[in-house]
Design a protein around this ligand. Structure first.
Ligand code: SF4
Ligand code: SF4
Length: 453
């Protein structure tokens, strides 16, 4: 029977909130009038229990940054700012706001609403230098954002045919290629995580089963004992020359590392897994677009392009946005775009990066660092303990925090697609005409001005 794709949610906070987001500072101009305690409905300001003549240290972890106490202090003795610990979160594209946002998404399964207006930056590197055309919000041509039309987030992995051939009797002559359908354009990867303990891994596998997606893991790793529907989510990654290591019995997708001997590896894997589709793991570096075109000529179904955690190519530091645009263009120019699926991994730090990477040419994105952040990672060097190797993490915790986060990111994808008037994630791929790129906008605005770009 038809079942609408629905993702469950369960409120699940971090085991212990590591620190207060805001620092509420009361300086020595304070005359202990107590007005701030009346103004703050969150209980940040209270009188000292032992000596009610003076105010106690503010309970900064309760502060919502509304600034009401600051505005109403007769002595101008209060300031509210981000705490040092909060500002030390993440690094590069993993800004403190993004890390904190992922923590909240993983806790609630909900997207943040910037009801008081967006206060973040309007332009930045990579995906942050592009905007999607949201004209359906202000000028809906069909059903508006949440109309009656179903918005599909399903995508396919593998080759597609660009036409069908039939004989005179109307029977199909075209041999249909193998492909795998995903209900959302997101997969997970733990193969680039240094240490992986059993509990988070098991939680991620179960989450992938609920979400209908897949988890890349290093072939040969010890696997938990789980029901078949969970184990079918696993995609073994084989490293050069190690195609015989023990792993899951009949995976739908198999990946291999690119190496000088990759053709022999692929031959061995094809014989071992005759029903699988195969993906090549390619480290993004100079000339990756040419590598992609050559791999399609060699018959590869999927190219999994690996960027670093900042979303950059190795060596060139070209950003994933520009790199994916170049790969998509090279494949389209060679008329082979439908012959391969592109998976993009690395630097995906926010829900809106999913539709943006699809627009740049990816079919599917991979969650790596975002998964660690969902489990409690600080997203950068300030992280005290890696949650992936944290023995305190239970399977249930990893499961719910992952399902919550991916559900929130899917909701964001639906919002963006609805606002763009795009009803199918498949149609979002390479849809650059529905995006605005900062570089183009700047050139259009200033190139005719003397001294302009
Ligand atoms: S309102 Fe200002 S002066 Fe009065 S107790 Fe609070 S911080 Fe001190
Ligand atoms: S900023 Fe708002 S929430 Fe924070 S302490 Fe002041 S009144 Fe309370």
């Amino acid at each position: 029977m038809y079942e609408r794709y629905h993702l469950p949610k369960k409120e699940l906070p971090l085991p212990e909130r590591p620190f207060a987001k805001n620092a509420v500072v009361r300086d020595d101009r304070c005359m202990n009038c107590g007005r701030c305690a009346d103004q703050c409905i969150y209980g940040v300001h209270e009188r000292d229990a032992k000596d009610p003549r003076v105010m106690a240290e503010p309970k900064a972890y309760l502060c919502k940054n509304c600034l009401r106490c600051v505005e109403n202090c007769p002595q101008r003795a209060l300031t509210v700012q981000y705490s040092k610990e909060y500002l030390s979160l993440g690094g590069g594209v993993w800004t403190p706001t993004r890390v904190n946002t992922i923590w909240n998404e993983s806790q609630t399964g909900k997207l943040p609403v910037y009801g008081a207006g967006y206060r973040g930056m309007y332009v930045g590197p990579g995906y942050d230098s592009m905007w999607t055309d949201m004209s359906e919000i202000v000028r809906p041509t069909r059903d508006g954002i949440h109309g009656r039309e179903y918005i599909s987030t399903s995508v396919d992995l593998g080759k597609r045919v660009d036409h069908l051939e039939f004989d005179e009797k109307g029977d199909l002559l075209t041999e249909m290629p193998k492909f795998v359908e995903l209900p959302l354009p997101m997969m997970m990867d733990v193969s680039r995580s240094a240490d992986l303990r059993a509990a988070p891994f098991e939680g991620l596998i179960k989450a992938a089963a609920t979400l209908g997606t897949y988890v890349f893991f290093p072939a040969g790793s010890k696997l938990p004992e789980l029901p078949a529907d969970a184990m079918r989510t696993l995609v073994p990654v084989f490293y050069a020359g190690k195609t015989a290591v023990e792993t899951v019995s009949s995976p739908s997708i198999v990946e291999f590392e690119m190496s000088p001997a990759w053709k022999e590896d692929l031959k061995a894997l094809s014989a071992r897994f005759p029903n699988a589709i195969f993906g090549a793991r390619v480290e993004a570096a100079e000339g990756v677009e040419k590598v992609a075109v050559d791999l399609v000529s060699d018959g590869i179904d999927i190219i999994h392009v690996l960027y670093d955690e900042q979303g950059q190519e190795k060596g060139t530091k070209r950003l994933a946005k520009d790199s994916l645009l170049a790969i998509n263009k090279a494949l389209a120019n060679a008329s082979i775009r439908e012959s391969v699926s592109i998976i993009a991994a690395g630097g995906l730090a926010a829900a809106e990066h999913v539709p943006k990477s699809l627009i740049c040419g990816a079919d599917v994105i991979v969650l790596e660092q975002a998964l660690k952040v969902a489990l409690g990672c600080h997203g950068g060097p300030s992280c005290p303990v890696c949650p992936m190797d944290g023995s305190k993490i239970t399977t249930d915790y990893a499961y719910w925090r992952t399902v919550n986060m991916v559900g929130a990111w899917r909701d964001q994808l639906l919002e963006v697609m609805g606002a763009m008037g795009v009803r199918e994630a498949r149609r979002l791929r390479g849809e650059t005409g529905r995006a605005i790129f900062y570089e183009d906008a700047e050139r259009d605005a200033f190139s005719n001005i003397q001294g302009g770009a």
